[in-house]
Design a protein around this ligand. Sequence first.
Ligand code: ATP
Ligand code: MG
Length: 263
Amino acid sequence: MNKCEIITIANQKGGVGKTTTAVNLSASLAYKGKKVLLIDADPQSNATTSLGIYRNDVEFYLYHVLTDSKKLSQIIKKTDTKNLFLAPSNIGLVGFEKEFYNKRTQGRELILKKKIAEVTEDYDFIILDSPPALGPLTMNALSASDSVLIPIQCEFFALEGLAQLLSTIKMLKEQINPNLSIKGFLPTMYASQNNLAKQVIYDLSQHFDKYMFKDINSQNLTIPRSVKLAESPSFGKPILLYDMRSNGSIAYQNLAEAILQGV
Ligand code: ATP
Ligand code: MG
């Protein structure tokens, strides 16, 4: 039987490359023949627009699923990338966060997990993009996942907040989702000529080598700083469709390969 793997892309720090990773990892897995559902669990809906899906194309969003007016399968959209499907989000998703805090009921972290359970048989991978906060949406995403992939921007404050994220993951594992594992840390926006970036990679591999993705040469896998990666969302395309041979595109294909090899 086909086992669906569910991965949340999370880091409560903003602008570290979560959405870029969610979109381009999803597209790269799809390109390698896997059937992939990307769930946009962020009210900013950057993953939705990055795939060229705009307000006029969509009637129902993740908000409608989380509030029981639609099934997840009813909101899923095809994308221009073969094998890649999207559960779109919009700003209305902030409404879910408000309702969450008003609900004192048990199990409010498991709402998304129940919705996802209805579609797991249809996909090889489900990737969730999460907002820059450890709030209800990120908690729901992590509670529904097998693992979490943490993009880390190669800059001075990179490791700040990582301890908090790791302790939240530990708490969540103890209390809600014992199966949650750390898929890996992914250094993003890496510029090899930048000494600070090199230092960040060095520090990460000193403390967390087992969480670093490796390329086929056993080197730490990093996502380069790339203008093409930054441009592609404005064309509504993953990097694979925008500039397949760019170094950013190749890096995300290598990440997909590392994940398929089961690191
Ligand atoms: P948020 O916390 O707001 O959801 P995020 O963590 O999802 O942000 P992204 O939206 O993926 O981060 O990236 C932030 C900005 O950096 C975007 O403008 C994006 O295009 C750009 N960016 C991401 N990765 C790269 C890269 N490797 N090279 C160059 N620019 C990048
Ligand atoms: Mg984002």
